[in-house]
Design a protein around this ligand. Structure first.
Ligand SMILES: CC(=O)SCCNC(=O)CCNC(=O)[C@H](O)C(C)(C)COP(=O)(O)OP(=O)(O)OC[C@H]1O[C@@H](n2cnc3c(N)ncnc32)[C@H](O)[C@@H]1OP(=O)(O)O
Ligand SMILES: CC(=O)C(=O)O
Length: 541
Protein backbone atom coordinates (compact mmCIF):
# COMPACT_ATOMS: atom_id res chain seq x y z
CA UNK A 1 0.00 0.00 0.00
CA UNK A 2 1.39 3.37 -0.99
CA UNK A 3 0.43 6.80 0.32
CA UNK A 4 0.17 9.97 -1.72
CA UNK A 5 2.93 12.54 -1.25
CA UNK A 6 2.05 15.95 -2.69
CA UNK A 7 4.69 18.16 -4.30
CA UNK A 8 4.26 21.91 -4.02
CA UNK A 9 6.51 24.12 -6.13
CA UNK A 10 7.26 27.68 -5.04
CA UNK A 11 9.91 28.58 -7.64
CA UNK A 12 7.71 31.40 -8.92
CA UNK A 13 7.14 32.85 -5.43
CA UNK A 14 9.90 31.98 -2.93
CA UNK A 15 12.28 31.34 -5.87
CA UNK A 16 11.64 34.90 -6.95
CA UNK A 17 12.73 36.07 -3.49
CA UNK A 18 16.29 35.03 -4.46
CA UNK A 19 18.61 38.01 -4.54
CA UNK A 20 19.19 38.98 -8.18
CA UNK A 21 16.23 37.01 -9.57
CA UNK A 22 13.36 38.81 -11.25
CA UNK A 23 11.23 36.71 -13.57
CA UNK A 24 9.28 38.34 -16.36
CA UNK A 25 5.67 37.27 -16.92
CA UNK A 26 6.79 35.39 -20.03
CA UNK A 27 9.45 33.51 -18.04
CA UNK A 28 6.91 32.63 -15.36
CA UNK A 29 4.74 31.03 -18.04
CA UNK A 30 7.71 29.05 -19.35
CA UNK A 31 8.61 27.77 -15.87
CA UNK A 32 4.98 26.93 -15.02
CA UNK A 33 4.75 24.86 -18.21
CA UNK A 34 7.92 22.93 -17.34
CA UNK A 35 6.69 22.28 -13.79
CA UNK A 36 3.36 21.07 -15.06
CA UNK A 37 5.10 18.75 -17.47
CA UNK A 38 7.13 17.40 -14.55
CA UNK A 39 3.91 16.55 -12.68
CA UNK A 40 4.06 18.56 -9.44
CA UNK A 41 0.71 18.91 -7.64
CA UNK A 42 0.79 22.62 -6.87
CA UNK A 43 2.38 25.56 -8.63
CA UNK A 44 2.51 28.68 -6.49
CA UNK A 45 2.53 31.50 -9.03
CA UNK A 46 3.40 34.45 -6.80
CA UNK A 47 1.61 37.09 -4.76
CA UNK A 48 -1.13 38.73 -6.82
CA UNK A 49 -1.39 42.40 -6.00
CA UNK A 50 2.14 42.65 -4.60
CA UNK A 51 3.82 43.72 -7.85
CA UNK A 52 2.83 44.32 -11.48
CA UNK A 53 4.53 41.16 -12.83
CA UNK A 54 2.68 38.85 -10.46
CA UNK A 55 -0.61 40.65 -11.05
CA UNK A 56 -0.14 40.34 -14.83
CA UNK A 57 0.80 36.67 -14.50
CA UNK A 58 -2.36 35.88 -12.51
CA UNK A 59 -4.46 37.97 -14.88
CA UNK A 60 -3.46 35.54 -17.64
CA UNK A 61 -2.90 32.51 -15.48
CA UNK A 62 -1.55 29.38 -17.18
CA UNK A 63 -3.93 26.47 -17.58
CA UNK A 64 -2.21 23.75 -15.59
CA UNK A 65 -3.06 20.24 -14.48
CA UNK A 66 -1.38 21.21 -11.20
CA UNK A 67 -3.39 23.32 -8.76
CA UNK A 68 -2.34 26.84 -9.60
CA UNK A 69 -2.04 28.67 -6.28
CA UNK A 70 -1.98 32.30 -5.18
CA UNK A 71 0.10 33.34 -2.18
CA UNK A 72 -0.59 36.09 0.35
CA UNK A 73 -0.71 36.81 4.06
CA UNK A 74 -3.37 36.55 6.74
CA UNK A 75 -5.54 39.59 7.28
CA UNK A 76 -4.24 42.43 9.37
CA UNK A 77 -5.72 43.40 12.74
CA UNK A 78 -8.31 46.12 12.93
CA UNK A 79 -10.23 45.08 9.85
CA UNK A 80 -12.29 42.10 8.75
CA UNK A 81 -11.04 39.50 6.28
CA UNK A 82 -13.64 40.82 3.82
CA UNK A 83 -12.23 44.35 4.11
CA UNK A 84 -8.52 43.59 3.97
CA UNK A 85 -7.38 44.92 0.61
CA UNK A 86 -4.17 42.82 0.51
CA UNK A 87 -6.19 39.64 1.06
CA UNK A 88 -8.75 40.84 -1.48
CA UNK A 89 -5.96 41.28 -4.06
CA UNK A 90 -4.95 37.65 -3.51
CA UNK A 91 -8.50 36.33 -3.76
CA UNK A 92 -9.25 38.41 -6.83
CA UNK A 93 -6.75 36.29 -8.74
CA UNK A 94 -9.50 33.66 -8.72
CA UNK A 95 -7.33 30.59 -8.05
CA UNK A 96 -8.89 27.45 -6.61
CA UNK A 97 -6.12 27.20 -4.00
CA UNK A 98 -4.75 30.01 -1.86
CA UNK A 99 -1.79 29.80 0.49
CA UNK A 100 -1.65 32.36 3.32
CA UNK A 101 1.40 32.90 5.49
CA UNK A 102 0.79 33.68 9.14
CA UNK A 103 2.91 34.11 12.25
CA UNK A 104 3.27 31.19 14.68
CA UNK A 105 6.21 32.43 16.79
CA UNK A 106 5.01 34.53 19.74
CA UNK A 107 8.05 36.82 19.49
CA UNK A 108 7.15 37.73 15.88
CA UNK A 109 3.52 38.34 16.78
CA UNK A 110 4.37 40.85 19.47
CA UNK A 111 7.50 42.33 17.85
CA UNK A 112 6.95 42.26 14.05
CA UNK A 113 3.15 42.59 14.00
CA UNK A 114 2.80 44.43 17.32
CA UNK A 115 -0.48 42.71 18.20
CA UNK A 116 -1.59 40.35 20.98
CA UNK A 117 -1.26 36.59 20.71
CA UNK A 118 -5.06 36.24 20.78
CA UNK A 119 -5.52 38.76 17.96
CA UNK A 120 -3.11 36.77 15.81
CA UNK A 121 -5.02 33.53 16.44
CA UNK A 122 -8.20 35.28 15.41
CA UNK A 123 -6.58 36.75 12.26
CA UNK A 124 -5.45 33.28 11.21
CA UNK A 125 -8.83 31.63 11.86
CA UNK A 126 -10.85 34.41 10.21
CA UNK A 127 -8.60 34.54 7.13
CA UNK A 128 -8.74 30.79 6.57
CA UNK A 129 -12.50 30.70 7.15
CA UNK A 130 -12.89 33.52 4.61
CA UNK A 131 -11.07 31.44 1.98
CA UNK A 132 -13.41 28.51 2.71
CA UNK A 133 -16.45 30.77 2.44
CA UNK A 134 -15.21 31.83 -1.01
CA UNK A 135 -14.97 28.17 -2.04
CA UNK A 136 -11.19 28.10 -2.10
CA UNK A 137 -8.85 25.38 -0.90
CA UNK A 138 -6.85 26.95 1.96
CA UNK A 139 -3.22 26.32 2.78
CA UNK A 140 -1.63 27.88 5.84
CA UNK A 141 2.13 28.54 5.79
CA UNK A 142 3.04 28.48 9.48
CA UNK A 143 5.86 31.01 9.41
CA UNK A 144 8.83 30.51 11.80
CA UNK A 145 7.08 27.39 13.06
CA UNK A 146 10.12 25.44 14.29
CA UNK A 147 11.68 28.43 16.08
CA UNK A 148 8.22 29.28 17.44
CA UNK A 149 7.73 25.74 18.69
CA UNK A 150 11.08 25.81 20.50
CA UNK A 151 10.17 29.12 22.18
CA UNK A 152 6.51 28.44 22.99
CA UNK A 153 5.25 25.03 21.82
CA UNK A 154 1.68 25.54 22.99
CA UNK A 155 1.27 28.80 21.11
CA UNK A 156 2.91 27.53 17.88
CA UNK A 157 0.60 24.51 17.89
CA UNK A 158 -2.41 26.71 18.74
CA UNK A 159 -1.73 28.78 15.59
CA UNK A 160 -1.65 25.65 13.43
CA UNK A 161 -4.82 24.33 15.05
CA UNK A 162 -6.58 27.68 14.53
CA UNK A 163 -5.94 27.31 10.79
CA UNK A 164 -6.76 23.60 10.71
CA UNK A 165 -10.02 23.98 12.63
CA UNK A 166 -11.02 26.91 10.40
CA UNK A 167 -10.80 24.51 7.45
CA UNK A 168 -7.26 24.69 6.07
CA UNK A 169 -6.51 21.65 3.88
CA UNK A 170 -2.78 21.95 4.54
CA UNK A 171 -0.84 23.21 7.54
CA UNK A 172 2.66 23.82 6.21
CA UNK A 173 5.37 23.86 8.87
CA UNK A 174 7.93 26.45 7.78
CA UNK A 175 11.56 26.63 8.82
CA UNK A 176 11.56 30.24 7.73
CA UNK A 177 15.06 31.17 8.98
CA UNK A 178 16.52 27.84 7.85
CA UNK A 179 18.23 27.11 11.18
CA UNK A 180 16.49 23.88 12.16
CA UNK A 181 18.24 20.50 11.99
CA UNK A 182 16.79 17.16 10.83
CA UNK A 183 16.45 15.54 14.29
CA UNK A 184 14.36 18.38 15.67
CA UNK A 185 12.27 18.71 12.50
CA UNK A 186 11.42 15.02 12.85
CA UNK A 187 10.54 15.28 16.56
CA UNK A 188 8.53 18.50 16.25
CA UNK A 189 6.55 17.22 13.25
CA UNK A 190 5.62 14.16 15.35
CA UNK A 191 4.43 16.51 18.11
CA UNK A 192 2.14 18.34 15.67
CA UNK A 193 0.61 15.01 14.63
CA UNK A 194 0.22 14.02 18.29
CA UNK A 195 -1.57 17.35 18.88
CA UNK A 196 -4.30 16.26 16.47
CA UNK A 197 -3.32 17.47 13.00
CA UNK A 198 -3.00 14.36 10.80
CA UNK A 199 0.16 13.87 8.72
CA UNK A 200 -1.97 13.86 5.58
CA UNK A 201 -2.74 17.53 6.30
CA UNK A 202 0.82 18.56 7.11
CA UNK A 203 3.30 20.10 4.70
CA UNK A 204 6.95 21.05 5.11
CA UNK A 205 8.68 24.19 3.81
CA UNK A 206 12.41 24.46 4.52
CA UNK A 207 15.31 26.79 3.76
CA UNK A 208 18.92 25.80 3.23
CA UNK A 209 20.74 28.07 5.67
CA UNK A 210 22.50 25.11 7.33
CA UNK A 211 22.69 23.06 4.12
CA UNK A 212 19.91 20.83 5.50
CA UNK A 213 16.81 21.89 3.56
CA UNK A 214 16.54 18.56 1.74
CA UNK A 215 17.39 16.54 4.86
CA UNK A 216 14.82 18.53 6.89
CA UNK A 217 12.14 17.88 4.26
CA UNK A 218 12.90 14.16 4.38
CA UNK A 219 12.81 14.23 8.19
CA UNK A 220 9.31 15.75 8.15
CA UNK A 221 8.16 13.18 5.59
CA UNK A 222 9.65 10.42 7.75
CA UNK A 223 7.56 11.74 10.65
CA UNK A 224 4.39 11.67 8.51
CA UNK A 225 4.11 15.00 6.62
CA UNK A 226 2.57 14.44 3.19
CA UNK A 227 3.25 17.65 1.33
CA UNK A 228 6.71 18.92 0.45
CA UNK A 229 7.36 22.46 -0.72
CA UNK A 230 10.47 23.40 -2.65
CA UNK A 231 11.89 25.03 -5.74
CA UNK A 232 13.71 24.02 -8.90
CA UNK A 233 17.49 24.10 -8.41
CA UNK A 234 16.91 25.15 -4.79
CA UNK A 235 16.23 28.76 -5.71
CA UNK A 236 14.89 30.89 -2.86
CA UNK A 237 15.32 33.56 -0.22
CA UNK A 238 18.92 33.79 1.17
CA UNK A 239 20.52 30.32 0.77
CA UNK A 240 17.51 28.93 -1.05
CA UNK A 241 14.63 26.53 -0.47
CA UNK A 242 14.55 22.74 -0.42
CA UNK A 243 15.70 21.66 -3.86
CA UNK A 244 12.97 19.77 -5.71
CA UNK A 245 15.50 18.80 -8.34
CA UNK A 246 17.12 16.72 -5.59
CA UNK A 247 13.99 15.70 -3.68
CA UNK A 248 11.95 14.41 -6.62
CA UNK A 249 14.57 11.86 -7.76
CA UNK A 250 15.05 10.85 -4.12
CA UNK A 251 11.32 10.17 -3.67
CA UNK A 252 11.15 8.19 -6.92
CA UNK A 253 14.42 6.28 -6.72
CA UNK A 254 15.25 5.75 -3.04
CA UNK A 255 13.85 3.57 -0.30
CA UNK A 256 11.73 3.75 1.78
CA UNK A 257 10.04 6.48 -0.31
CA UNK A 258 10.08 4.61 -3.62
CA UNK A 259 7.90 1.75 -2.45
CA UNK A 260 5.76 3.53 0.17
CA UNK A 261 4.92 6.90 -1.41
CA UNK A 262 3.39 8.00 -4.70
CA UNK A 263 3.95 11.39 -6.28
CA UNK A 264 2.43 12.73 -9.49
CA UNK A 265 5.83 12.49 -11.23
CA UNK A 266 6.21 9.63 -13.71
CA UNK A 267 9.46 7.87 -14.59
CA UNK A 268 9.27 9.46 -18.05
CA UNK A 269 9.01 12.96 -16.53
CA UNK A 270 11.86 12.16 -14.14
CA UNK A 271 14.04 11.50 -17.18
CA UNK A 272 13.53 15.19 -18.11
CA UNK A 273 14.88 16.43 -14.79
CA UNK A 274 18.21 17.61 -16.23
CA UNK A 275 16.40 19.41 -19.04
CA UNK A 276 14.08 21.24 -16.62
CA UNK A 277 16.98 22.21 -14.36
CA UNK A 278 18.99 23.59 -17.33
CA UNK A 279 15.95 25.47 -18.60
CA UNK A 280 15.80 27.41 -15.33
CA UNK A 281 19.55 28.14 -15.45
CA UNK A 282 19.15 29.37 -19.02
CA UNK A 283 16.38 31.74 -17.98
CA UNK A 284 18.49 33.01 -15.09
CA UNK A 285 21.60 33.19 -17.29
CA UNK A 286 23.41 31.10 -14.68
CA UNK A 287 26.14 28.57 -15.27
CA UNK A 288 24.63 25.21 -14.19
CA UNK A 289 26.16 23.95 -10.95
CA UNK A 290 28.34 21.04 -12.01
CA UNK A 291 28.18 19.35 -8.61
CA UNK A 292 24.37 19.53 -8.25
CA UNK A 293 23.03 16.16 -7.03
CA UNK A 294 21.47 14.04 -9.79
CA UNK A 295 21.39 16.82 -12.44
CA UNK A 296 24.90 18.38 -12.36
CA UNK A 297 27.29 17.76 -15.24
CA UNK A 298 29.70 16.16 -12.73
CA UNK A 299 27.06 14.09 -10.93
CA UNK A 300 28.14 11.02 -12.92
CA UNK A 301 31.72 12.04 -13.87
CA UNK A 302 34.28 9.45 -12.85
CA UNK A 303 37.63 11.16 -12.78
CA UNK A 304 39.83 8.96 -10.59
CA UNK A 305 41.58 6.03 -12.24
CA UNK A 306 40.35 3.48 -9.66
CA UNK A 307 36.75 4.61 -10.12
CA UNK A 308 36.93 4.54 -13.93
CA UNK A 309 38.44 1.07 -13.89
CA UNK A 310 35.55 -0.32 -11.81
CA UNK A 311 32.88 1.67 -13.68
CA UNK A 312 33.89 -0.03 -16.91
CA UNK A 313 33.27 -3.40 -15.27
CA UNK A 314 29.94 -2.40 -13.70
CA UNK A 315 28.66 1.20 -13.41
CA UNK A 316 26.92 0.47 -10.12
CA UNK A 317 30.36 0.23 -8.46
CA UNK A 318 30.53 4.02 -8.26
CA UNK A 319 27.00 5.20 -9.13
CA UNK A 320 24.11 5.36 -6.66
CA UNK A 321 21.50 5.44 -9.47
CA UNK A 322 21.76 5.06 -13.26
CA UNK A 323 22.33 8.56 -14.76
CA UNK A 324 19.72 8.10 -17.50
CA UNK A 325 16.90 7.82 -14.91
CA UNK A 326 17.18 11.60 -14.41
CA UNK A 327 18.28 12.38 -17.97
CA UNK A 328 21.95 12.73 -17.09
CA UNK A 329 24.97 11.00 -18.66
CA UNK A 330 28.05 9.22 -17.42
CA UNK A 331 31.42 10.74 -18.30
CA UNK A 332 34.91 9.44 -17.72
CA UNK A 333 37.15 12.49 -18.07
CA UNK A 334 40.89 12.52 -18.63
CA UNK A 335 43.23 14.21 -16.15
CA UNK A 336 46.29 13.57 -14.04
CA UNK A 337 44.04 11.48 -11.74
CA UNK A 338 43.34 9.06 -14.58
CA UNK A 339 44.63 5.60 -15.33
CA UNK A 340 44.53 3.47 -18.46
CA UNK A 341 40.87 2.56 -17.83
CA UNK A 342 39.76 6.20 -18.12
CA UNK A 343 41.85 6.50 -21.22
CA UNK A 344 40.56 3.38 -22.96
CA UNK A 345 36.97 4.47 -22.30
CA UNK A 346 37.55 8.01 -23.59
CA UNK A 347 39.31 6.76 -26.69
CA UNK A 348 36.54 4.24 -27.37
CA UNK A 349 33.95 7.04 -27.04
CA UNK A 350 35.92 8.91 -29.72
CA UNK A 351 35.90 5.87 -31.98
CA UNK A 352 39.54 4.94 -31.33
CA UNK A 353 40.13 1.36 -30.23
CA UNK A 354 43.61 1.35 -28.68
CA UNK A 355 44.63 -1.91 -27.08
CA UNK A 356 48.46 -1.64 -26.97
CA UNK A 357 49.47 -0.90 -23.40
CA UNK A 358 52.49 1.02 -24.75
CA UNK A 359 50.29 3.38 -26.76
CA UNK A 360 47.99 3.93 -23.82
CA UNK A 361 50.98 4.57 -21.55
CA UNK A 362 52.44 7.16 -23.95
CA UNK A 363 49.17 9.06 -24.22
CA UNK A 364 48.73 8.99 -20.47
CA UNK A 365 52.27 10.31 -19.94
CA UNK A 366 51.68 13.07 -22.48
CA UNK A 367 48.42 14.16 -20.81
CA UNK A 368 49.91 14.07 -17.32
CA UNK A 369 52.99 16.03 -18.48
CA UNK A 370 50.84 18.69 -20.11
CA UNK A 371 48.67 18.95 -17.00
CA UNK A 372 51.82 19.78 -14.99
CA UNK A 373 52.38 22.60 -17.52
CA UNK A 374 48.93 24.04 -16.72
CA UNK A 375 46.67 22.30 -19.27
CA UNK A 376 43.49 20.77 -17.95
CA UNK A 377 41.73 18.08 -19.92
CA UNK A 378 38.89 16.96 -17.68
CA UNK A 379 36.60 19.57 -19.23
CA UNK A 380 38.54 20.26 -22.46
CA UNK A 381 37.72 16.91 -24.01
CA UNK A 382 38.17 18.10 -27.61
CA UNK A 383 41.78 19.15 -26.93
CA UNK A 384 42.33 15.81 -25.23
CA UNK A 385 41.16 13.99 -28.33
CA UNK A 386 43.56 15.99 -30.49
CA UNK A 387 46.48 15.26 -28.14
CA UNK A 388 45.70 11.54 -28.16
CA UNK A 389 45.60 11.52 -31.96
CA UNK A 390 48.87 13.45 -32.16
CA UNK A 391 50.55 10.91 -29.90
CA UNK A 392 49.18 8.03 -32.01
CA UNK A 393 50.19 9.74 -35.26
CA UNK A 394 46.52 9.89 -36.28
CA UNK A 395 46.12 13.65 -36.43
CA UNK A 396 45.62 14.87 -40.01
CA UNK A 397 47.50 18.00 -41.00
CA UNK A 398 44.85 20.29 -42.42
CA UNK A 399 46.88 23.51 -42.55
CA UNK A 400 49.66 25.38 -40.81
CA UNK A 401 49.45 28.76 -39.15
CA UNK A 402 52.64 30.47 -40.34
CA UNK A 403 52.20 33.48 -38.11
CA UNK A 404 49.72 35.81 -36.53
CA UNK A 405 49.91 39.29 -35.08
CA UNK A 406 47.49 40.87 -32.63
CA UNK A 407 47.53 44.50 -31.57
CA UNK A 408 45.41 46.24 -28.97
CA UNK A 409 44.96 49.95 -28.59
CA UNK A 410 43.10 52.12 -26.08
CA UNK A 411 42.35 55.69 -27.11
CA UNK A 412 39.67 58.35 -27.25
CA UNK A 413 37.45 58.93 -30.26
CA UNK A 414 36.63 62.35 -31.71
CA UNK A 415 33.98 62.87 -29.00
CA UNK A 416 36.46 62.07 -26.24
CA UNK A 417 34.94 58.65 -25.47
CA UNK A 418 37.35 55.82 -24.55
CA UNK A 419 37.42 53.05 -27.17
CA UNK A 420 39.45 49.88 -27.50
CA UNK A 421 40.68 48.75 -30.89
CA UNK A 422 41.98 45.29 -31.69
CA UNK A 423 43.49 44.17 -34.96
CA UNK A 424 44.57 40.66 -35.88
CA UNK A 425 46.39 39.40 -38.96
CA UNK A 426 46.81 35.68 -39.59
CA UNK A 427 48.75 33.92 -42.33
CA UNK A 428 47.76 30.30 -42.93
CA UNK A 429 49.34 27.83 -45.35
CA UNK A 430 46.84 25.36 -46.84
CA UNK A 431 48.25 22.84 -49.27
CA UNK A 432 51.03 25.25 -50.22
CA UNK A 433 48.71 28.21 -50.72
CA UNK A 434 49.01 31.17 -48.34
CA UNK A 435 45.83 32.81 -47.01
CA UNK A 436 46.00 36.12 -45.22
CA UNK A 437 43.09 37.27 -43.03
CA UNK A 438 42.69 40.53 -41.17
CA UNK A 439 40.06 41.21 -38.58
CA UNK A 440 39.51 44.19 -36.36
CA UNK A 441 37.21 45.01 -33.51
CA UNK A 442 36.23 48.24 -31.86
CA UNK A 443 35.06 47.94 -28.31
CA UNK A 444 32.93 50.79 -26.97
CA UNK A 445 30.06 50.62 -24.51
CA UNK A 446 30.94 47.02 -23.66
CA UNK A 447 30.39 45.41 -27.08
CA UNK A 448 32.45 42.40 -28.15
CA UNK A 449 35.34 43.92 -30.06
CA UNK A 450 38.12 42.58 -27.85
CA UNK A 451 41.32 40.91 -29.11
CA UNK A 452 40.11 37.32 -28.58
CA UNK A 453 37.02 38.06 -30.61
CA UNK A 454 39.15 39.60 -33.38
CA UNK A 455 41.48 36.58 -33.24
CA UNK A 456 38.57 34.17 -33.49
CA UNK A 457 37.07 36.05 -36.42
CA UNK A 458 40.40 36.23 -38.26
CA UNK A 459 41.08 32.52 -37.81
CA UNK A 460 37.77 31.44 -39.29
CA UNK A 461 37.59 34.18 -41.92
CA UNK A 462 39.47 32.52 -44.74
CA UNK A 463 40.36 28.87 -44.42
CA UNK A 464 39.93 28.40 -48.16
CA UNK A 465 38.56 24.94 -48.96
CA UNK A 466 37.59 24.38 -45.30
CA UNK A 467 35.45 27.48 -45.06
CA UNK A 468 32.12 25.72 -45.58
CA UNK A 469 32.85 23.28 -42.76
CA UNK A 470 33.62 25.91 -40.13
CA UNK A 471 31.04 28.55 -41.08
CA UNK A 472 28.57 27.44 -38.40
CA UNK A 473 31.04 27.51 -35.46
CA UNK A 474 30.02 29.81 -32.64
CA UNK A 475 32.13 30.72 -29.63
CA UNK A 476 29.77 30.34 -26.64
CA UNK A 477 31.94 30.43 -23.52
CA UNK A 478 35.39 31.70 -22.60
CA UNK A 479 37.06 31.07 -19.24
CA UNK A 480 40.43 32.28 -18.02
CA UNK A 481 42.44 31.01 -15.05
CA UNK A 482 45.91 31.89 -13.83
CA UNK A 483 47.69 28.65 -12.97
CA UNK A 484 51.09 27.75 -11.65
CA UNK A 485 52.47 25.42 -14.28
CA UNK A 486 56.05 24.50 -13.31
CA UNK A 487 57.82 27.48 -11.83
CA UNK A 488 56.00 30.33 -13.59
CA UNK A 489 52.44 31.59 -13.56
CA UNK A 490 50.57 30.69 -16.74
CA UNK A 491 47.27 31.69 -18.23
CA UNK A 492 44.89 28.84 -19.03
CA UNK A 493 42.05 29.58 -21.39
CA UNK A 494 39.12 27.20 -21.92
CA UNK A 495 36.82 27.95 -24.82
CA UNK A 496 33.49 26.32 -25.67
CA UNK A 497 32.10 26.28 -29.19
CA UNK A 498 28.80 25.08 -30.62
CA UNK A 499 27.77 24.31 -34.17
CA UNK A 500 24.53 23.89 -36.09
CA UNK A 501 24.53 20.13 -35.40
CA UNK A 502 24.01 20.99 -31.72
CA UNK A 503 27.49 19.82 -30.74
CA UNK A 504 29.34 21.63 -27.98
CA UNK A 505 33.06 21.12 -27.50
CA UNK A 506 35.72 22.53 -25.17
CA UNK A 507 39.34 23.25 -25.94
CA UNK A 508 42.25 24.49 -23.84
CA UNK A 509 45.27 26.69 -24.43
CA UNK A 510 48.08 27.59 -22.05
CA UNK A 511 50.69 30.32 -22.32
CA UNK A 512 52.25 33.09 -20.29
CA UNK A 513 50.36 35.36 -22.70
CA UNK A 514 46.54 35.40 -22.63
CA UNK A 515 46.27 36.13 -26.36
CA UNK A 516 48.47 33.18 -27.23
CA UNK A 517 46.64 30.85 -24.84
CA UNK A 518 43.36 31.93 -26.47
CA UNK A 519 44.85 31.38 -29.91
CA UNK A 520 45.87 27.83 -29.03
CA UNK A 521 42.36 27.00 -27.74
CA UNK A 522 40.73 28.58 -30.82
CA UNK A 523 43.01 26.66 -33.16
CA UNK A 524 42.21 23.37 -31.42
CA UNK A 525 38.50 24.15 -31.76
CA UNK A 526 38.83 24.56 -35.54
CA UNK A 527 41.00 21.43 -35.89
CA UNK A 528 38.57 19.32 -33.84
CA UNK A 529 35.66 20.44 -35.98
CA UNK A 530 37.51 19.66 -39.22
CA UNK A 531 38.61 16.29 -37.88
CA UNK A 532 35.12 15.32 -36.65
CA UNK A 533 33.53 16.39 -39.93
CA UNK A 534 35.99 14.29 -41.92
CA UNK A 535 37.73 17.17 -43.73
CA UNK A 536 40.41 16.20 -46.21
CA UNK A 537 43.99 16.80 -44.96
CA UNK A 538 45.62 19.16 -47.46
CA UNK A 539 48.78 19.73 -45.38
CA UNK A 540 51.15 22.67 -45.74
CA UNK A 541 53.98 22.61 -48.25
C1 LIG B 1 8.53 34.06 4.92
C2 LIG B 1 8.17 34.62 3.56
O1 LIG B 1 8.94 34.53 2.65
S1 LIG B 1 6.62 35.25 3.36
C3 LIG B 1 6.64 35.99 1.82
C4 LIG B 1 7.23 37.33 1.85
N1 LIG B 1 7.16 37.90 0.55
C5 LIG B 1 7.18 39.21 0.34
O2 LIG B 1 7.24 39.99 1.27
C6 LIG B 1 7.17 39.68 -1.06
C7 LIG B 1 5.93 40.47 -1.41
N2 LIG B 1 5.69 41.53 -0.49
C8 LIG B 1 5.35 42.82 -0.87
O3 LIG B 1 5.34 43.12 -2.05
C9 LIG B 1 5.02 43.80 0.19
O4 LIG B 1 5.68 43.46 1.39
C10 LIG B 1 3.48 43.85 0.43
C11 LIG B 1 2.81 44.44 -0.81
C12 LIG B 1 2.88 42.49 0.70
C13 LIG B 1 3.16 44.71 1.64
O5 LIG B 1 3.80 45.93 1.44
P1 LIG B 1 3.65 47.14 2.50
O6 LIG B 1 2.19 47.36 2.76
O7 LIG B 1 4.44 48.27 1.97
O8 LIG B 1 4.26 46.59 3.86
P2 LIG B 1 5.75 46.16 4.23
O9 LIG B 1 6.29 45.24 3.23
O10 LIG B 1 6.62 47.35 4.55
O11 LIG B 1 5.53 45.41 5.61
C14 LIG B 1 4.70 44.31 5.72
C15 LIG B 1 3.51 44.61 6.62
O12 LIG B 1 2.73 43.41 6.73
C16 LIG B 1 2.63 43.02 8.09
N3 LIG B 1 2.63 41.57 8.11
C17 LIG B 1 3.68 40.74 7.93
N4 LIG B 1 3.27 39.48 8.02
C18 LIG B 1 1.94 39.50 8.21
C19 LIG B 1 0.97 38.51 8.39
N5 LIG B 1 1.30 37.22 8.31
N6 LIG B 1 -0.30 38.88 8.57
C20 LIG B 1 -0.64 40.17 8.60
N7 LIG B 1 0.24 41.17 8.45
C21 LIG B 1 1.52 40.83 8.27
C22 LIG B 1 3.83 43.63 8.77
O13 LIG B 1 3.65 43.79 10.14
C23 LIG B 1 3.94 44.95 8.03
O14 LIG B 1 2.97 45.83 8.55
P3 LIG B 1 3.36 47.32 9.11
O15 LIG B 1 3.83 48.05 7.89
O16 LIG B 1 2.08 47.80 9.64
O17 LIG B 1 4.43 47.12 10.10
C1 LIG C 1 6.32 31.09 3.92
C2 LIG C 1 7.74 31.07 3.69
O1 LIG C 1 8.20 31.26 2.59
C3 LIG C 1 8.62 30.79 4.81
O2 LIG C 1 8.15 30.79 5.95
O3 LIG C 1 9.81 30.60 4.58
Amino acid sequence: MTERLYLYDTTLRDGQQTQGVQFSTEEKHQIAEALDHLGVDYIEGGWPGANPTDSAFFAEAPKTKARFTAFGMTKRSGRSAENDEVLAGVLNAGTDSVCLVGKTHDFHVTTALGITLEENLENIAKSVAHLGAQGREALFDAEHFFDGYKANPDYAIACCKAAYEAGARWIVLCDTNGGALPGEVYQITLKVIEAGIPGENIGIHTHDDTGNAVANSLAAVNAGARQVQGTLNGLGERCGNANLTTLIPTFLLKEPYKSTLDTGVTDAALADMVKVSRMLDDILNRVPLRSAPYVGASAFAHKAGLHASAILKDPSTYEHVPPETVGNARIVPMSNQAGQSNLRKRLADMGLEVSEKQDLGRILDRIKQRETEGYSYDTAQASFELEARRELGLMPQFFEVERYRATVERRRDAKGKVIHLSEVTIVVNIGGERHLSVSEGIMADGNDGGPVNALSKALVKDLGPYQDLIGDMELVDFKVRITNGGTEAHTRVIIDHEDSQGRRWSTVGVSSNIIDASFEALLDAVLWKLMRDGAQALGAE
